[in-house]
Design a protein around this ligand. Structure first.
Ligand code: BT5
Length: 251
């Protein structure tokens, strides 16, 4: 289903009924020097999550990749991922869905403990990509996958959609709200961690984080610049910069 996807300035939209991955297309545009362009698709046939995991993206979702003006050092990029999560939650709440954030990039709905140890049902995910040097980002893009007007049975187990939660939404309006919120947050980046804490369902919980090299179990107590998770473990405080986080049952 083709959709009207005109967005307010400064964004220009490149819309596709069907595409492999909006992030892949956005990379090409970014490498060509385009900025403030948002690649949007109704359906993706080869979309990706982190670590090359696949992302299920049938017709009806909000699949979007925004090429932003990178005005920050590469080390600050994790903050952009957190900001994008906050922006997606703002947009979900604007249509009446009480979403929360699981570190670092998952947008969840529902009570963790009731829905198993996996940690709520996943409504959206963020995939931020960049290229550049330590002190200078040459391009930066934020990929947003938000299950919008999709039946639950078209999604993987453990996922949910806005349709399942509140019924169908105006995808253009939800994306517009997301991008406006993201740009407000990036203009005031000192507010991002507080906004993230407010929406977090990770903080205060027992978690297990797989960093790829080790598993760290303990109580998530804070997020720290530029986006690290602080965990109280039996052997002291650990600061984790990247990994997969699982919410465990409350202690
Ligand atoms: C993410 O990865 O959550 C980031 C997903 C980003 C997708 C967007 S869509 C627009 C843009 N273009 C792209 O090609 N990508 C971005 P990660 O944290 O690695 O989670 C991936 C895992 O989520 C998968 O292994 C599945 O378990 C699960 N999953 C896959 N599709 C899902 C869906 N539609 N809804 C909820 N969970 C899903």
């Amino acid at each position: 289903a083709a959709i009207e996807y005109g967005l307010d300035a400064p964004y220009t939209v490149e819309y596709h009924d069907s595409i492999g991955s909006t992030n892949d297309r956005a990379r090409e545009l970014a490498a060509d020097g385009d900025r403030d362009v948002v690649v949007v698709a109704d359906e993706q046939t080869g979309s990706r999550g982190r670590l090359d995991r696949s992302w299920v993206a049938p017709s009806g979702g909000i699949w979007a990749s925004a090429v932003l003006q990178p005005s920050l050092p590469a080390a600050h990029v994790p903050l952009v991922t957190l900001a994008a999560g906050v922006a997606v939650v703002d947009a979900c709440r604007s249509v009446g869905v009480e979403a929360t954030l699981k570190w670092p990039n998952d947008v969840l709905v529902g009570d963790d403990t009731a829905d198993s140890q996996r940690g709520g049902l996943k409504l959206a995910g963020i995939l931020t990509e960049m290229e550049g040097e330590a002190d200078r980002v040459s391009w930066l893009l934020v990929g947003i996958g938000l299950n919008a007007n999709i039946d639950g049975d078209a999604l993987p187990a453990g996922a949910t959609s806005l349709r399942e939660q509140v019924g169908d939404v105006d995808r253009r309006a939800v994306l517009q709200t997301t991008l406006e919120s993201l740009s407000t947050l990036l203009d005031a980046s000192e507010t991002v961690l507080d906004r993230w804490r407010e929406y977090s369902s990770t903080l205060g919980r027992e978690v297990r984080v797989d960093t790829g090299r080790e598993q760290i179990t303990g109580r998530a107590v804070d997020v720290r610049f530029p986006g690290a998770l602080v965990i109280d473990t039996d052997s002291g405080e650990e600061v984790v910069h990247a990994g997969d986080c699982e919410h465990l049952r409350p202690a």
